[in-house]
Design a protein around this ligand. Sequence first.
Ligand code: NAG
Ligand code: NAG
Ligand code: NAG
Length: 164
Amino acid sequence: MQGKFWFLATLVLGTCAFFAAQPLHAQCKVIWVLKVPCLKVEEALVNQIQQWTTSAGCVTEGEKCQYELISANHTQIIAKHTTALDRNVDIMHFYLKSDILNLNCRLVGISASQNLERVHDNGTNYCNIYNLVDGSGLTSVPEFKEISNDWMCTQRSIANCTLV
Ligand SMILES: *[C@@H]1O[C@H](CO)[C@@H](O)[C@H](O)[C@H]1NC(C)=O
Ligand SMILES: *[C@@H]1O[C@H](CO)[C@@H](O)[C@H](O)[C@H]1NC(C)=O
Ligand SMILES: *[C@@H]1O[C@H](CO)[C@@H](O)[C@H](O)[C@H]1NC(C)=O
């Protein structure tokens, strides 16, 4: 029942974002509802960021490289990503909120280009946060739910996260 509530609540939020204006510069906000305690989510994301700090993966793994952990605690994770090709810097914030029984975690990921003149990003800001959630295995938890669209994320529909 808790899970249903969270899903409905995020659906409403997602729909509001849908009617809001498109982002002015390249950025992305995604909402995930995960049937995993937030502590596990925090651990998974922090580990993944730390595994992808080097430039090594940039050659073979698209943008799964050059992440940098800025800070992390039980409610918020802040990280930085530098794109391989044009060295564009994006800052990411993850907000974690547990349900009352600590069974589900509502995760909001936000990524924004530091360069305010960057309007198009081929979905890179979406991939910045999606790749961490996917790489850390969170996309395969049961009843995985994600809310994202082109209004919440610049060029979401053309994003190819294996590539960008
Ligand atoms: C978690 O980190 C954020 C960002 O650094 C900070 O604003 C917030 O106060 C911290 N929360 C706790 C409970 O330490
Ligand atoms: C998006 O992709 C196209 C085609 O690969 C490329 O020409 C363009 O420079 C890219 N734009 C950005 C902002 O990365
Ligand atoms: C993304 O790009 C890779 C590498 O070019 C390609 O193999 C894959 O089919 C693309 N995926 C989608 C969904 O377009």
